[in-house]
Design a protein around this ligand. Structure first.
Ligand code: M6R
Length: 364
């Protein structure tokens, strides 16, 4: 049932305020400040590092979480795609927490990576949508993301719910390790509780994304740029665009632009710049100006302060609500999804069942 939407993907994008609200309530309760985890939880104080392993969109959720765990909990994090991790035979010790992220819980490479860590890691944790899945069953601790059934092959609400649960875990790690002072912790929990309302406002950009997509649909190539927490999100935005619109899209860390990809820029290449007005904003804007100086067509996704400060010369902008900088990946996932969705609709592709792709990749 598409609940009045044209595609499951549209429905699943629209459900995000609600499912994220459910996830936050599940972990923090109606008004609590700390989270309760099943099966003995995770002791973040006795470990040296996390390894996080996944595929596709779930891998980008892990890359985002690396920034969170390192910043919030001062815990080193190694992230890898499961198909590389499993054959590399990387050292994993009993001072490592191994985290596997998977919507389906059945991805063959992720499951094999989990089994590789089985008798080596301190604890096997999974972050899954399907609670009865193989990955959930074979973990010491399976944390649900509570996104509800996701039918569209392009993952949307599962991604933002994965991010929500991973941020929650990073906050817990910061609390346990004493790296996050109490006021900051409480303000982040309050920000998480306020997120559904903010996401609802971000969905108001639906019409703007639809209108823009008519022009984006003409492109042969699209670049996505971001720094810090926006870099993994740029990767996710490019993946979403490729999967359903079949337009070639690449993402780069903004600072890498001048090390090669800037050679691609001309007036035919839309460049999507994701840049909330955070501590790295000015750096990203200077990269964006380098793109514009070469005729690149910039779509700036930022908050009001960011757009006011940097809109000179940009092709178009999408205005996002402001949130705590640590929460921006969850919020900025929405315009990335909406752009991909409307571009695919404009191109007339099979949005929910894109060619050559399967929802669950159970063979390697
Ligand atoms: O079920 P999983 O989360 O393990 O799936 C991982 C990837 O196959 C998946 O995220 C894929 O990249 C999606 N099509 C992304 O939209």
């Amino acid at each position: 049932d598409k609940a009045g939407h044209k595609h499951f993907m549209a429905k699943e994008i629209a459900e995000q305020p609600q499912v994220i609200g459910n996830a936050v309530k599940h972990y923090f309760g109606d008004s609590g400040q700390t989270i309760s985890l099943p099966d003995g939880g995770i002791d973040f104080t006795g470990v040296d590092r996390l390894v996080m392993v996944a595929c596709g969109t779930a891998y980008y959720a892990c890359l985002t979480a690396k920034y969170w765990f390192e910043q919030i909990a001062r815990l080193p994090v190694e992230v890898d795609v499961a198909s590389e991790f499993r054959y590399r035979e990387p050292p994993v010790t009993d001072r490592t927490v191994a985290v596997f992220v998977s919507q389906s819980g059945e991805t063959a490479d992720t499951l094999a990576a989990l089994r590789y860590c089985r008798d080596k890691a301190d604890r096997i944790v999974s972050v899954v949508n399907v609670a009865e899945s193989s990955i959930a069953r074979e973990s010491d601790l399976a944390l649900p993301i509570l996104a509800g059934t996701e039918i569209g092959v392009a993952s949307t609400k599962a991604f933002s719910c994965q991010l929500t649960v991973l941020l929650t875990l990073a906050l817990e790690a910061g609390r346990q390790r004493g790296t996050l002072d109490e006021d900051r912790y409480e303000s982040l929990v309050a920000a998480l509780r306020g997120l559904p309302a903010v996401l609802g406002r971000a969905l108001d950009n639906n019409a703007a994304a639809e209108e823009l997509s008519l022009q984006i649909a003409e492109a042969q190539d699209i670049l996505f740029l971001g720094r810090g927490l926006m870099y993994p999100l740029a990767l996710e935005g490019a993946l979403k665009m490729k999967e359903i619109s079949y337009i070639h899209a690449e993402a780069y860390a903004s600072g890498e632009l001048k090390h090669g990809p800037i050679a691609l820029i001309d007036k035919h290449v839309p460049v999507v710049v994701m840049a909330p007005r955070d501590a790295l904003f000015d750096k990203t804007v200077s990269n964006m100006q380098e793109v514009m100086a070469r005729g690149g067509k910039v779509l700036l996704i930022s908050d009001l302060a960011g757009i006011e400060a940097a809109q000179d010369g940009v092709w178009r902008s999408i205005e996002m609500p402001s949130v705590d900088p640590l929460l921006t990946p969850i919020l900025y996932a929405l315009p990335a999804q909406l752009l991909a969705y409307h571009t695919a609709v404009a191109k007339g592709t099979d949005v929910d069942q894109p060619r050559n792709l399967a929802k669950s990749v159970t063979v390697e």
